[in-house]
Design a protein around this ligand. Structure first.
Ligand code: GLU
Length: 606
């Protein structure tokens, strides 16, 4: 069966592409078996490709493609599987952003499935009424206050209705099987639980699932989530309403309003666990949005990304526009990376000042204009790093000199999430980043339902960060917190060339930018661009950088230009696909970060 929007191809070719090659690693594996699907971090071939962080999810996506599904069908089935196997980063308790290239129309479209703030939310949402001061991050996170109305399930439904060829029920089936039959615990799964042992231990529902006997499940043991299988089944039967109007909606609201705190917690938690004020009405009113993607031209390529409430598209795009003022490919590596760091800082200053849910589109267009980029680019001194934070610019349509306004500091936290990239044999492409915010979300499993709630509202600024200027990212009723998620699709001559995305909180923006610069300007292959040591300058005093970056010859030379570092063991966990000549596909994931990803193609290159 050909996907609804598939490009017609001859039956003989189709049969050739659909046939799985004999003896693929996935044939002998699957849910409940002793062997996890083989972890291949880079795969090259034809007929469709899937890149995720997880072998089960990649296996499921490839099976959908092999069975005739299109990229959207495969992406939804893979995402639903990630809700089982990567439950601390993704799931129906969270939200995300999906960017889609439609082969038939040649257009790029998006779905904004970001969580929204309940109607009762006010600008002082995260200010403790007892002290008049903002809550600490952990106190805000592990509470009902942090939970936004989820958007992930309506994203799946909307993507399938608009561009898919399969039903939601069909798309959930493989994930139900994995949840029911189980999968093998790997070191990443276990460590994500250990790292969350204290907050998870406060809630009976979470402890029962993830800390059986007070301990995280052992690496190699079989992990089942029958409650989640039942929830998915209910959704398969009753549709999105099962979660947004039915019994599960009541359970979500009850969990937010009366956190299921254990009478016998495992370990101590230093803060009171505060309730939130989400209502059934908040859930019933939730809707995904379909904003036009951001667009920037970069060295003859068309770069499409996510507009507000994500700052991903505008910040990556602005930084690229600034970088386009110099020919990075002709500069030495240190100078190219210096400009990458400085452009990132400038774009972050503008993001922090101007970008949030509700930013007028014309302002985003100014931020993405070449005139503004030219003005911002002249702030870069090739000989030395600017003192950070740098001030935001003035995107007012009148560009020329190097005008600046008053200062503005960055405020934010590091978080985790997951990303997947899927392409089908017709040329449809999905780049999808989804999250429950922190690894482990707000730490509350909805009792009896098998999924964690998000803490996405902590992506709002807790108090104003922009001095006398308005802060675009303060909490408000119905508002969506600013995101950094940057699912990005790059076209060359109207055809897909690259698709890439990553988790990592606000470092997502710089990770995607660094990969694009590495691939497009620095002559790296896509696998090398993903593997390269990362550095992230988000308009802070120091550059957050992986140790391998700091100690590299360029890292040392950059220190000579005045860059200073804060070391971070790992930045991001990207996935991507490069579209090669004559229909070739190169699916790429992390070789090492987060334990390595899982890439696969329908027909491997022989
Ligand atoms: N909450 C983050 C954002 O929307 C994503 C979480 C992460 O990637 O760690 O920007």
């Amino acid at each position: 069966m050909v996907g609804r929007h598939g490009i017609g191809i001859g039956a003989a070719t189709l049969a050739l592409l659909v046939a799985a090659p004999a003896g693929t690693a996935t044939a002998a594996t699957g849910p409940g078996t002793a062997v996890r699907p083989e972890r291949t971090t880079t795969a090259s071939g034809y007929g469709g490709a899937v890149a995720t962080v997880d072998p089960e999810a990649t296996r499921v996506g490839l099976e959908v493609l092999r069975g005739g599904g299109n990229a959207v069908d495969a992406a939804v089935a893979a995402a639903a599987t990630l809700g089982v196997t990567e439950p601390f980063s993704a799931g129906i308790g969270g939200g995300g952003f999906l960017v889609y290239h439609d082969a038939r129309t040649g257009r790029v479209a998006t779905i904004d499935g970001r969580e929204s703030a309940p109607a009762a939310t006010r600008s002082d949402h995260f200010v403790d009424p007892a002290t008049g001061r903002a809550y600490g991050f952990d106190e805000a996170r592990v509470s009902g206050l942090s939970v936004g109305v989820p958007g992930t399930l309506p994203t799946w439904q909307a993507a399938l209705r608009r561009w898919g060829s399969r039903s939601l029920a069909e798309s959930l089936r493989p994930a139900i099987q994995v949840a029911e039959q189980g999968f093998r615990v790997d070191p990443t799964f276990r460590s994500q639980i250990s790292d969350n042992a204290a907050p998870f231990g406060q809630f009976a529902s979470t402890s029962r699932l993830y800390l059986p006997g007070g301990q995280p499940p052992a690496v190699g043991s079989l992990f089942r989530n029958p409650d989640l299988a039942d929830t998915y089944r209910l959704i398969a039967r009753d549709g999105v309403d099962a979660l947004y109007r039915g019994p599960v909606a009541r359970d979500i609201v009850a969990t937010v309003r009366r956190p299921p705190v254990s009478t016998n917690p495992t370990g101590a938690w230093a803060y009171p666990i505060r309730p939130g004020a989400m209502t059934l009405d908040d859930l019933a009113r939730y809707e995904v949005r379909f904003p036009a993607p951001t667009h920037s031209r970069y060295r003859g390529l068309d770069v499409y990304g996510m507009p507000t409430p994500s700052s991903g598209g505008s910040t990556v795009g602005e930084a690229l526009n600034i970088l386009e003022r110099s020919d990075l490919s002709r500069l030495d590596r240190t100078q190219a990376l210096h400009r990458y760091l400085e452009a990132s800082a400038l774009a972050f200053a503008d993001r922090n000042r101007y970008v949030g849910d509700g930013t007028p589109r014309r302002l985003l267009d100014e931020l993405l204009s070449d005139g503004f980029a030219a003005e911002r680019a002249c702030r870069i001194d090739p000989a030395r790093a600017a003192a950070k934070p740098v001030a935001p610019g003035t995107p007012d349509g009148r560009y020329g000199g190097c005008a600046v306004t008053g200062g503005g500091a960055f405020g934010g936290y590091e978080n985790h999430t997951t990303n997947l990239t899927v392409a089908d044999r017709w040329g449809n492409v999905v780049e999808y980043t989804l999250t429950i915010e922190q690894t482990g979300g707000n730490a509350m499993v909805v009792p009896g339902r098998g999924f964690l709630l998000n803490n996405e509202l902590t992506d709002f600024n807790f108090t104003p960060t922009q001095g006398d200027a308005a802060d675009p990212n303060l909490p408000a009723a119905g508002k969506r917190p600013r995101s950094s998620m940057s699912p990005t699709i790059v076209l060359a001559g109207g055809r897909p060339y690259l698709a890439v995305g990553s988790p990592g909180g606000s470092t997502i923006i710089t990770t995607v930018l660094q990969i694009l610069v590495g691939r497009i300007d620095l002559g790296l292959s896509l696998p090398d661009a993903l593997a390269a040591p990362r550095a992230s300058q988000r308009n802070t005093a120091t550059v957050t950088a992986e140790p391998a970056f700091v100690s590299s010859p360029e890292g040392v030379a950059l220190a000579g230009l005045g860059h200073t570092y804060t070391a971070s063991a790992e930045i991001g966990a990207a996935t991507g696909i490069e579209f090669l000549p004559r229909g070739g596909l190169l699916a790429v994931t992390e070789p090492v970060r987060r334990g390595g990803g899982a890439a696969g193609v329908v027909v491997p290159r022989g």
